[in-house]
Design a protein around this ligand. Structure first.
Ligand code: MSP
Length: 498
């Protein structure tokens, strides 16, 4: 079994912010979960370095686009390990092999008869690097996303015959109800397709910062086609061997809702035109909002992920974004709600559960537990948990899966209160009962920790080490599938003074 997950590649016109970290964290959770299943996983992220947004930002700074790309690509690249992201490769669209592959695939599209010369006239947003149809424009000819005035473009281009894929795309959506999720996004993409597809520019004449069109050196490819192809080209050169046959088609493209049309309409059409198999799933998440607006560099309302990690640690950030905002919907984030979740859930519910459990085993049993079967009262509440989590992960329902696990964290806290081990410890005749309660608690903690590992890997690894059970395989995640025998002391996982 193989699993291939991607994030969008990020524009290098600015430094990374929490919105970018969000998609990357989500993809990382999926990648880690699938590794726990024993699957061979490839997880790709990277940077989108060509096109107008980057060229314009570089000129504003008085530097060359390549310089700006080098500077900011490094920032995106170094963000990944800081948020414990375990990507297998980091693609940059200025990589030479990527450029060659883009030329190859798009020449194939032309050879297959889907490219022609024409003149484009219409509205264009240089920040989106996107041509806007009349019905997508805000009053005053403004971009609905960036609120800036659109420019009127007239340009001789090569066009991609998107209109030829109207019917094949409608068929694709009819046959594969799970091609795009959530359902609202599937419907949105389908209604865009049904509204009638018009051909789109494949190349730009006025720009020089891009991949050269091999059959006409006065043009570069329109940045979106160059960028989308990253998902395919990376596999051919990420390792010494070509991984395309092994990992293509991609299992999941995770994207934000702002780039739905490119991924759910242009991308499958382009792949069909090139004769390449289509990805299996596209999952579209919503926006992280700050004070009701999309967090974005151009709006200046960004949370700097580096600062958040500095204060609370990477695990807390990972947990917060996937817990606070239902994955697939928009949701507000703020420092206040971050602090609240950190205190009440990470520190109190999980952190305290772990410290109390370990401390009691230390105090009452000198860190050793005899073998015992989990308490049936607890076992009933843990039944099928692993399968349920895996099933939600298969649908990229990351917030729902986390909630399933968290309900068991709460269940374990209630179990401590119900069984009050400190009372049992006061009655020597109930020693065996105490063994059973502590053993069930420790095993329950091990079970939730294995399942939580994709979300908060560093904390879970520390906790599992203290439980003396470091195995991460999903097959052993179920309550009663593992053994906790010899435990050790653990410093607080989520210190309160953070
Ligand atoms: N370069 C293109 C993508 C090409 S993919 C072939 C691009 N880059 S971007 O840097 O502007 O944004 C990429 C992604 O960042 C968005 O799709 C989304 O996944 C993420 N986000 C950026 N801001 C965000 C929020 N405020 N909230 C959630 N995600 C956000 O578009």
């Amino acid at each position: 079994m193989t699993f291939y997950v991607t994030t969008p590649i990020y524009y290098v016109n600015a430094a990374p912010h929490l919105g970018h970290a969000y998609t990357t964290i989500a993809a990382d959770v999926m990648a880690r979960h699938h590794r726990q299943r024993g699957e061979e996983v490839f997880f790709l992220t990277g940077t989108d370095e060509h096109g107008e947004p980057v060229a314009d930002a570089a000129h504003a700074l008085g530097i060359e686009p390549q310089q700006l790309a080098d500077r900011n690509a490094e920032r995106f690249k170094s963000l990944a390990p800081r948020i414990e992201v375990s990507n297998d490769f980091f693609i940059r669209t200025t990589d030479r092999v990527h450029e060659q592959k883009v030329q190859e695939v798009l020449s194939q599209v032309r050879d297959n008869g889907f490219v022609y010369e024409g003149t484009y006239e219409g509205w264009y947003c240089p920040r989106c690097a996107d041509f806007k149809a009349e019905n997508e424009i805000d009053p005053g000819n403004r971009c609905p996303i960036h609120h800036i005035e659109l420019t009127r473009e007239q340009e001789d281009n090569y066009f991609f015959k998107l209109s030829a894929f109207q019917e094949p795309l409608e068929r694709l959506y009819a046959e594969r109800a799970d091609f795009v999720a959530p359902r609202t996004r599937y419907n949105e993409a389908l209604s865009f397709i049904r509204s009638g597809l018009r051909d789109v520019p494949l190349t730009r004449h006025k720009l020089s910062w891009g991949v050269r069109v091999p059959w006409d050196h006065e043009h570069v490819f329109y940045v979106w086609f160059d960028a989308l192809l990253n998902y395919y080209t990376a596999l051919s050169y990420a390792r010494d061997e070509d991984l395309t046959a092994k990992f293509w088609p991609a299992s999941y493209h995770l994207i934000g809702k702002d780039i739905l049309r490119f991924h759910a309409v242009y991308w499958p059409a382009l792949l069909m035109a090139a004769g390449i198999e289509l990805p299996r799933h596209i999952f579209v998440h919503g926006y992280l909002l700050m004070e009701g607006e999309k967090m974005s560099k151009s709006l200046g309302n960004v949370l700097d992920p580096f600062e958040v990690i500095e204060r609370f640690g990477a695990d807390a950030l990972r947990f917060y974004v996937l817990r606070e905002v239902p994955f697939g919907q928009d949701g507000s984030v703020s420092t206040a709600s971050f602090e609240l979740r950190y205190e009440t859930e990470l520190a109190n519910e999980l952190g305290n559960l772990a410290s109390r459990t370990l401390a009691m085993v230390g105090r009452y049993r000198d860190w050793q537990l005899p073998p015992c079967a989990p308490d049936p009262a607890l076992a009933a509440d843990f039944e099928d948990l692993t399968d349920r989590v895996a099933e939600l992960m298969d649908r990229a329902e990351l917030t729902l899966a986390l909630d399933e696990i968290w309900q068991r964290v709460r269940r374990l806290n209630r179990y401590v209160e119900e069984r009050a081990p400190w009372r049992l410890a006061a009655e020597p005749a109930r020693a065996q009962e105490l063994d059973g309660v502590l053993g069930s608690l420790a095993e329950g903690l091990r079970s939730v920790t294995v399942l939580l590992w994709p979300y908060i890997p560093a904390s879970c690894e520390r906790l599992l080490a203290a439980l003396g059970a470091s195995g991460l395989a999903l097959a052993d995640a179920g309550l009663g599938s593992g053994r906790v025998e010899r435990l050790s002391h653990l410093e607080p996982l989520f210190p309160k003074e953070a």
